[in-house]
Unconditional design. Structure first.
Length: 489
């Protein structure tokens, strides 16, 4: 049996679920079952990567003179494996917290499955054409989810997100084309493995590398919400339906970070080092500006949005550390942040469903009226601020140690970011969970989350956060050989 067929299975199962929903099966149940079944090939592939280092599916690339040879090649190694696992886990949890009875329910769950499908395709694609295209496939239903099923200023948030991310994608496309055109015509390929080797054999000039590295930074940075290209993110997450916020903040935002690890660092290493200073200024702005902005928020969804943007600055610090320790910490924090922010938005969605608001001054007494929901709010908060034994702490501490030798001042700024995050999140918890019952909570007819149907998505995300925090080698072990090769180029 050809085990490589497990890779397209990861994409075919969501497609199969979309087809069943379109033909009339129960949307929510179908989405949950398909997302759960997709864990099976995911776990099998994880075992194969641990044993073999990588798994590939598809034809081998053949450089062709005069044309771009698009090849549908899928692959998974120690770098993409944690992000595929993140996608599978958050997608399943997002389907679990979604609700029956939304308007145009069939289209709603099809869009959710398409977002997960696009993210999986982007992380698995070896050909840059499909790497880029799958991400765009995920963005289109994201815009629809925000514009049709969102809340508050959903129209304005959808347009801001559309314009910013279209700009980022356009700049990214220019940068990718520039990389391909930088090698001799007879050797051109879109396979990032062969392209990386070709760029090492035919190195670009330092100036050209710097220009392409800057374009990659702007393109991927806009998708990541790096300051000053960040203003689409907090409002977009605050207005999006809960599963869409979980999927985008938890998964799709990691596409840009993965792209920098996969494309920028190995293909334009000299150019990436040349712009370290600019990246340092931008990540410091992410940490300090967005951290201070988070302190001013009185809406819990907006607070989570600014907190999410702030954490991207710490991950960028790992990307410019120049050490395996720092890169490993960045990868671990990418995964930990994905699960923790998904849990945070899931809790915010439940609070809104039960009280009709996430405005912190109108809340209070959650710990008394809904102790289970309060417990998961505390887990999301502790993970976000980097409590030991949870995944975010392990990633942050590795980044700090890995970046200290080259960027000590930025490490100090990032440490202050932890303080800002702790103050903002703990103050929000105090306002939401403690004190007398506020009007919104007291008048709500619904109490705590009850039963397996409501509890399991929260318990699932919490378990993963503890497992990765206590055993970070699950992410770092398979990734280390890949990260060492990135730095050796």
């Amino acid at each position: 049996m050809d085990i490589s067929y497990l890779l397209p299975t990861l994409l075919l199962l969501p497609l199969f679920g979309i087809g069943l929903i379109a033909l009339g099966s129960h949307p929510r149940k179908t989405a949950i079952v398909v997302s759960f079944l997709n864990l099976v090939p995911g776990l099998l592939l994880a075992g194969l990567v641990l044993r073999n280092g990588q798994v590939l599916f598809g034809p081998e690339p053949i450089p062709v003179r005069g044309i771009f040879p698009f090849k549908f090649i899928l692959g998974i190694d120690g770098l993409s494996l944690p992000l595929v696992g993140l996608t599978l886990g958050v997608t399943l949890a997002a389907m679990g917290v979604s609700r029956d009875g939304v308007k145009r329910e069939r289209e709603y769950f099809i869009c959710l499955l398409l977002v997960g499908l696009g993210a999986l395709g982007a992380f698995l694609s070896v050909d840059l054409f499909y790497f880029f295209s799958f991400h765009e496939v995920a963005l289109i239903p994201t815009f629809l989810l925000l514009g049709i099923w969102g809340q508050g200023d959903r129209s304005g948030a959808a347009w801001r997100m559309t314009l910013y991310l279209m700009f980022g994608s356009l700049v990214l496309l220019v940068a990718l084309i520039g990389l391909v055109l930088s090698i001799p015509e007879t050797a051109r390929t879109l396979d990032w493995r062969v392209l990386t080797e070709a760029l090492q054999t035919n190195p670009m000039t330092a100036d050209r590398q710097t220009i392409l590295a800057a374009l990659l930074l702007v393109g991927f940075g806009t998708l990541i919400s790096l300051v000053p290209f960040h203003s689409w993110a907090p409002g977009g997450y605050a207005s999006a339906p809960t599963p869409a916020a979980m999927l985008h903040a938890g998964i799709l935002k990691k596409f840009g970070l993965y792209g920098l690890l996969r494309v920028a660092l190995p293909m334009v290493p000299a150019g990436w080092q040349q712009i370290w200073g600019i990246v340092g200024l931008m990540l410091a702005a992410n940490i300090l500006y967005c951290g201070l902005a988070a302190l001013q928020q009185r809406d819990f969804r907006w607070l989570l949005g600014f907190s999410s943007v702030m954490h991207m600055g710490t991950i960028f610090l790992g990307l410019i550390s120049g050490t395996v320790l720092g890169l490993g910490g960045a990868l671990l924090l990418m995964v930990g942040h994905g699960f923790s922010v998904a849990l945070g938005f899931a809790v915010a969605g439940e609070i809104h469903h039960r009280t009709g608001t996430t405005w912190i001054p109108d809340l209070g007494g959650l710990a008394k009226k809904a102790p289970k929901l309060w417990f998961y709010l505390m887990i999301a908060t502790m993970a976000s601020i980097g409590l030991p034994s949870l995944a975010n702490f392990a990633g942050e501490i590795l980044i700090f140690f890995g970046a200290w030798a080259s960027h000590p001042y930025l490490v100090v700024i990032a440490a202050w970011g932890v303080v800002l995050s702790a103050v903002a999140m703990l103050r929000a918890v105090r306002g939401i969970a403690f004190g007398p019952l506020a009007n919104a909570a007291e008048s709500s007819p619904q109490g705590d989350i009850t039963g397996t149907r409501e509890v399991w998505p929260f318990a699932f995300l919490t378990t993963i956060l503890f497992v990765l925090g206590l055993v970070p080698v699950l992410v770092l072990g398979p990734a280390r050989p890949v990260l060492e090769r990135l730095l050796s180029r």
